[in-house]
Write a protein that binds this ligand. Structure first.
Ligand SMILES: *[C@@H]1O[C@H](CO)[C@@H](O)[C@H](O)[C@H]1NC(C)=O
Ligand SMILES: *[C@@H]1O[C@H](CO)[C@@H](O)[C@H](O)[C@H]1NC(C)=O
Ligand SMILES: *[C@@H]1O[C@H](CO)[C@@H](O)[C@H](O)[C@H]1NC(C)=O
Ligand SMILES: *[C@@H]1O[C@H](CO)[C@@H](O)[C@H](O)[C@H]1NC(C)=O
Ligand SMILES: *[C@@H]1O[C@H](CO)[C@@H](O)[C@H](O)[C@H]1NC(C)=O
Length: 452
């Protein structure tokens, strides 16, 4: 109650961002939910105080001074103290910020409302080395929402190799909705060591030639729903990494980009577990891959119980891909023994056009992929072979499972080997107990654990 009393007057910070003729005004408000009914009145007042100042113009050059930074941190800290607190980036304002960490624990129901625009610094020289990992880092929050009609602009081209736009670490019950994130560095949106995450109605955009820009990246995160969003980027639209389970991805439009991926898993002999993933009602356009699973040689662990269904592809190079010889950038990777085992994978209602190969499963000799099922897969080559490549037949190496008609092209019919063949090759122990341990650990989020 103490908190909400001191916040009954909106917290408004207005300042000159630069001492030159041009300036920018930043207003950050924090108020408690119990005063939401004053919202419109407050907005009006803000508007008045705004117009009492000089005519706003776009700041040039933008300033990333400590006032901007401190204002946002202060608003966060104040809102964090009250149940249902809000930090707002109001519509019509552009807010330039340097790398920032917003951290909990906070009272439940905290909302970061982004209706205006947040822009990253134009060049890396304005960043310190330690800041280059992520731009906006949110950690240890629970029951927290980011929402609004606003825009987060990473101005990526200058620092694509370095950073993530928006990263959640060790957080629970997080929702990100409605916002747009553009020109991000490496990942637009990353969730790490978190649980009960919802992403909906977001749009993420980076140019096709931007290196390593994943749309949404999940790692050691469980109970996730990603839906009704549009993603275009230089790398995977959605990337699901080790320690993820119970992830539901649906109604996503993806492309350009590399498709929706599980992995690469098991790099450098590491241990990786992914299970219970449902990907459905997806549209892919002009992506390198549609849906795929990629593992490095020499890894341990397992990928299991994954379903990809109702996937519409158009002009996708390889719609369905499993690669147990994944080797980034086609470097010469060593031949190693062991791999992350892949089982119980269903591909159903996969329709549309491809420009390279309809299916490419390269499973390992040693640990074949088992129970990989293809049900109602109807793919045609694209008419215009504008990627210049040849059309190849479906290929399934060391892959066991069943196929169910309708299937097109006909090379899919005999692509998989029947499950009866599995007995002959034998299936290695995919470290089941260790996977149960890893996935159990990632679903119990520690809201105070330190950032690795
Ligand atoms: C989040 O907090 C709000 C407001 O305190 C509460 O009504 C809601 O039940 C909480 N949601 C979850 C998932 O804990
Ligand atoms: C989706 O987000 C946009 C803003 O980016 C908003 O205008 C629209 O109302 C949202 N749609 C839903 C269904 O929430
Ligand atoms: C894998 O190992 C190589 C050399 O042993 C090292 O250069 C590389 O950074 C490692 N990669 C990861 C992702 O740990
Ligand atoms: C497979 O995953 C789905 C979705 O997460 C889950 O509902 C189902 O129980 C899992 N099935 C098995 C056999 O683990
Ligand atoms: C790995 O093995 C494959 C065939 O099993 C072979 O063609 C390839 O040259 C080997 N790669 C290396 C780097 O030894």
């Amino acid at each position: 109650m103490k908190g909400s009393k001191c916040l009954s007057i909106p917290y408004l910070i207005v300042f000159l961002a630069s001492l030159h003729i041009s300036f920018s005004v930043v207003s950050i408000e924090a108020w408690s939910s119990s005063h939401r009914n004053n919202y419109h009145h407050q907005k009006h007042e803000n508007g008045r105080s705004w117009h009492h100042g000089p005519t706003p113009v776009a700041p040039s050059p933008p300033s990333y001074d400590s006032n901007t930074f401190n204002a946002l941190i202060k608003a966060w800290e104040a809102a964090c103290e009250v149940e249902g607190g809000t930090v707002e980036i109001p519509a019509g304002y552009t807010f330039f910020i340097r790398p920032l960490t917003l951290q909990g624990p906070c009272m439940p129901g905290l909302l970061l409302k982004i209706d205006g625009t947040i822009v990253a610094p134009p060049e890396i020289s304005s960043w310190s080395e330690s800041e280059l990992l992520e731009w906006i880092n949110i950690k240890w929050v629970q029951n927290f929402t980011i929402q609004g009609n606003g825009l987060i602009d990473g101005r990526g081209s200058e620092w694509w190799d370095f950073s993530k736009a928006l990263r959640f670490y060790s957080s629970l019950d997080v929702t990100v909705r409605d916002i747009r994130i553009v020109n991000s560095p490496q990942c637009h949106l990353k969730f790490d060591s978190s649980a009960r995450v919802k992403v909906l109605n977001v749009s993420l955009y980076s140019p096709e030639d931007s290196p390593n820009t994943d749309g949404i990246h999940l790692q050691e995160t469980t109970d996730v729903e990603i839906s009704h969003s549009t993603i275009a980027c230089g790398d995977d639209c959605i990337s699901i990494q080790t320690g993820c389970s119970n992830v539901h991805v649906h109604h996503i439009t993806c492309g350009p980009g590399h498709g929706i991926s599980l992995g690469g898993l098991g790099r450098n002999g590491s241990f990786a577990c992914v299970s219970d993933i449902v990907v459905e009602n997806i549209r892919m356009h002009a992506t390198q891959f549609g849906v795929r699973i990629k593992t490095w040689q020499g890894g341990k662990g397992s990928v299991k119980n994954v379903s990809f269904s109702s996937i519409r592809v158009s002009n996708v190079k390889v719609p369905l891909d499993i690669n147990q010889y994944y080797c980034e950038n086609h470097n010469n990777c060593e031949n190693l023994t062991g791999t992350v085992a892949i089982s119980n994978i269903e591909f159903s209602r996969i329709w549309g056009t491809y420009s390279g190969q309809p299916i490419l499963f390269t499973c390992s000799d040693e640990v074949p992929c088992v129970n990989v099922n293809l049900v109602d897969v109807q793919l045609k080559p694209t008419m215009s072979h504008n990627r210049g490549g040849r059309i190849h037949q479906a290929l399934c190496q060391n892959s066991y499972g069943k196929t169910e008609s309708p299937l097109m092209p006909s090379s899919i019919h005999h692509c998989l080997r029947g499950m009866s063949g599995v007995a002959e090759v034998g299936v290695q122990n995919p470290h089941e107990e260790l996977c149960q341990y890893q996935l159990g650990r990632s679903s119990s989020v520690d809201l105070t654990s330190s950032v690795p």
